[in-house]
Design a protein around this ligand. Structure first.
Ligand code: IPE
Ligand code: IPE
Ligand code: MG
Length: 246
């Protein structure tokens, strides 16, 4: 075995360093209660608030949440509009509290189509919290895994046109990806029962442990989170090695 291949294997601990979540099931939660879908999204925001505290308290270093995919523009315009408004309200209401809790907020995704108000708020929030040393909370908005890989490739080739001839290595692309400076997710959680990735972190999930639960996002409480972590703790992460080597 070469030294370089052993060096790239992350150290794995009892608490995942990086947890990535597809927060799904808000609409069904609302429908079960004969409420409008937005009521599910509002309740889902409360789950986010609590999860951030729980993750921080457990010593998770990176929490990455899928809030709006590049495909979610296909939803009815009223729902899209309300989701954007909810995002603005949540940012306005929560940013000072997050800052006080030493949370470093990052937004990933194509911000171009988001509207100037939201763009400004994102820039201010990131600027305010960039030097914080607690949990790094990354929220993916208008994000797509394919978009991420392509924007990284294009940025790399713009800065290093010679790579077109030389060929691109994984290590070259890494810094240009949206999560380039974060470790890859250890644990992926999807609520809401669907077992798919839905164009989330395609590159970064290569060796992530996947956890799917039927629980709808607004119902995903501390106990649900601990169950996901317990499941993770029972896994043997081999990264290509044999079980005996781990
Ligand atoms: C996830 O909940 C939130 C977003 C995608 C914005 P959904 O809105 O997809 O909820 P379901 O899947 O319809 O229940
Ligand atoms: C994935 O949920 C995206 C987010 C949670 C933001 P969707 O509800 O949009 O996914 P699909 O359409 O069921 O795959
Ligand atoms: Mg859904």
């Amino acid at each position: 075995m070469t030294l370089s291949s052993t060096l790239t294997i992350p150290t794995t601990g009892a608490i995942p360093r990086h947890v990535a979540v597809i927060m799904d099931g808000n609409g069904r939660w609302a429908r079960q209660r004969l409420l409008p879908r937005i009521a599910g999204h509002r309740r889902g925001s409360e789950t986010v608030r609590k999860l951030v505290q729980q993750a921080s308290g457990l010593g998770v270093e990176y929490l990455t949440l899928f809030a709006f995919s590049s495909e979610n523009w296909r939803r009815p315009p009223e729902e899209v509009g309300m989701l954007m408004q909810l995002f603005i309200t949540n940012l306005e209401n929560e940013i000072q509290r997050m800052h006080a809790a030493q949370i470093r907020l990052r937004i990933i995704g194509d911000q171009g189509p988001l509207g100037t108000r939201l763009q400004t708020l994102i820039a201010e929030s990131q600027q305010l919290t960039h030097a914080n040393t607690g949990l790094t909370l990354t929220v993916a908005v208008n994000y797509g895994g394919r978009w991420d890989i392509l924007q990284a490739l294009n940025a790399l080739l713009r800065e290093h046109p010679e790579k077109q001839q030389e060929g691109i290595r994984e290590i070259d692309l890494q810094p240009y990806l949206s999560m380039g400076d974060a470790p890859e997710p250890d644990l992926f959680i999807r609520t809401g029962g669907e077992q798919r990735i839905s164009n989330f972190l395609l590159w970064q999930l290569a060796y992530t442990e996947l956890y799917f639960t039927e629980t709808l996002w607004p119902d995903f409480d501390r106990k649900s989170f601990l169950q996901a972590i317990e499941s993770y703790q029972k896994r043997q992460r081999r990264f290509g090695r044999t079980g005996d080597q781990c």
